[in-house]
Design a protein around this ligand. Sequence first.
Ligand SMILES: Nc1ncnc2c1ncn2[C@@H]1O[C@H](COP(=O)(O)OP(=O)(O)OP(=O)(O)O)[C@@H](O)[C@H]1O
Ligand SMILES: [Mg+2]
Length: 226
Amino acid sequence: MIDLRGAAKIYATGGEDVVALDDVSLRIDNGDFAAIVGPSGSGKSTLLHILGCLDTPTRGEYILDGVATQELDDFGLAAVRNRKIGFVFQQFNLLPRLTTQKNVELPLTYAGVSRAERGRRAFDALQRVRLAHRVTHRPNQLSGGERQRAAIARALVIGPSIVLADEPTGNLDTKVGREIVALFRELNETLGVTVVLVTHDPEIAAACRRTIRIVDGRIVGDTRHA
Ligand SMILES: Nc1ncnc2c1ncn2[C@@H]1O[C@H](COP(=O)(O)OP(=O)(O)OP(=O)(O)O)[C@@H](O)[C@H]1O
Ligand SMILES: [Mg+2]
């Protein structure tokens, strides 16, 4: 479970300090499917990065599945990420020279998994996102929706308990965006993976089970819907 307590994130820049998050407390149960919404600059990406152990709060506590992550060093944080967190980005972040299959294998390569097992697990993940017919394509030979599905397969390949997505439909047209959020929903329901996504799109947020609204680094709304 995600349990953030009184978290602040303050960026020290040349001039004034920037308070990106201000006293944010948030619990997200395992298996939940939540959207984070709010204006540009309100702290959504900062919050997602903290939830994903890509960044740490300046103040406050972040307890992830019972582990007080603020006590971990960079090594410990990386281990948590590699074991249980998958990331999906607006720009897909696929490596252009690698095939779909090799892109999806990459997190396993870093984790030292054998070649045969990498191949098998990446193919499984590609089947889950219905991209098994595109394994030898390179990213520039895929449509936008297919690129995002490849990126989702890459996030899934480690068997994460949490998938975090920062505006995963931001570069896609409306119809493809709907398909991607339907895929997240399916993965949430069939694998039980916790999904937290950032979106600007009210329709995408409405397709999630919970909407967390953030303004000026503070949570100002948290609603559940069907
Ligand atoms: N590394 C950084 N150094 C200094 N300030 C930063 C840094 N990263 C983010 N900020 C500031 O923190 C605030 C929150 O940024 P964040 O990226 O979390 O916003 P966001 O809600 O994701 O916005 P958007 O919808 O535009 O992606 C912004 O004012 C931003 O300028
Ligand atoms: Mg952002």
